[in-house]
Design a protein around this ligand. Structure first.
Ligand code: CDT
Length: 315
């Protein structure tokens, strides 16, 4: 029996600081309705989808910072997303800033969840590769303070088996900067992942390395296409993009097949739905041949990858 999951990458254009969650959720529900009309089973939203990308500002007032975080999911403001999922019979992935009491203390993570067609959360991921810096660096055109506002995720990269509403898809997640690191994909590849959902917020300008600015769109697709092919998985990359609070962010949301090919791609830097019919079994021929891990991997020779963090040069 064919295992086709029709997926929508629900790209969001800019969200300004003054935009309320209510207004953003209304935009997201409009994209969910479009997705349903387009035959989607699952729709994926960007990283930190409910607010502007707040790590661009240095803030010291914890109450001001916490205004960007969700303390409950769903809340009054986000419940309409879960209601729409139930009403439409449409699963969704949502990225948000998570504030939680855990291990006897308050913790904050950059988080994504997958919610099934009945509105039930079935997976959670907390971002592991936090880019940027922890202290104010006034020389930058804008800050990238993820290392200040979030802890490193503590859930590794789980792969979950979805229910029959999604043909038992083996689903994984990563968030933005994770996509640049092959380890993120391989941890899920080793669990047989069939589809990775990932949201991102990527400024065009990279203050520490402005010579990279012209390559932002290329690097975005380069890493996701490589990760898809090398792990024989679908990758659904979803941007928040456009001119947000004076900071231009790349778009390029896309759906990538296990062949490594982009099968659908956004053409705007605005709210835009990109749809593809994804055969979950398309990666099988790779998993059985070139990337038959059990047969061809040599983990004994990869020890340095987990034993060493930074590069050490030979003398
Ligand atoms: N949100 C996020 O992780 N953004 C980073 C920008 C880092 S600057 C190279 C990214 O990797 O896209």
């Amino acid at each position: 029996m064919s295992r086709i999951v029709t997926v929508g990458a629900a790209q969001l254009g800019a969200i300004q600081r003054s935009d309320s969650r209510k207004a953003v959720v209304a935009r997201m529900i409009e994209l969910m309705r479009q997705a349903k009309s387009g035959g989607c089973d699952l729709v994926a939203f960007p990283e930190l989808a409910l607010t502007t990308f707040f790590p661009r500002w240095f803030m010291e007032d914890q109450a001001e910072i916490d205004a960007f975080f969700e303390q409950e999911m769903p809340s009054n403001e986000t419940a309409p997303l879960f209601n729409a999922a139930r009403e439409l019979g449409l699963a969704f992935m949502l990225g948000f800033a998570e504030k939680v009491e855990e291990e006897g203390r308050t913790r904050r993570f950059n988080t994504q969840i997958i919610v099934d067609k009945s509105g039930k959360p079935i997976a959670k991921y907390r971002k592991i590769h936090l880019p940027g810096h922890a202290e104010h660096e006034p020389w930058r055109a804008f800050q990238h303070l993820e290392k200040r506002y979030f802890e490193v995720g503590n859930l590794s990269w789980p792969v979950v088996r979805a229910g029959s509403d999604l043909h038992g898809a083996l689903l994984g997640q990563m968030i933005c900067n994770d996509r640049r690191w092959p380890e993120s994909y391989r941890v899920m590849g080793l669990q047989g992942v069939e589809m990775i959902l990932l949201g991102y917020n990527t400024p065009v300008h990279n203050p520490p390395a402005p010579m990279h600015d012209r390559l932002g769109d290329f690097h975005n697709h380069l890493v996701m296409q490589a990760g898809a092919y090398q792990n024989a998985t679908w990758v659904v990359g979803v941007a928040k993009c456009g001119l947000e609070e004076g900071c231009e962010m790349i778009g390029g949301s896309c759906i990538i097949a296990p062949t490594g090919e982009i099968v659908a791609q956004a053409v705007t830097r605005e709210d835009e739905l990109v749809v593809a019919r994804c055969d979950l079994d398309l990666g099988q021929s790779y998993k059985n041949s070139t990337f038959n891990f059990a047969r061809h991997r040599e983990p004994e020779q990869y020890r340095l990858i987990v034993e060493r963090k930074g590069a050490e040069l030979p003398r």
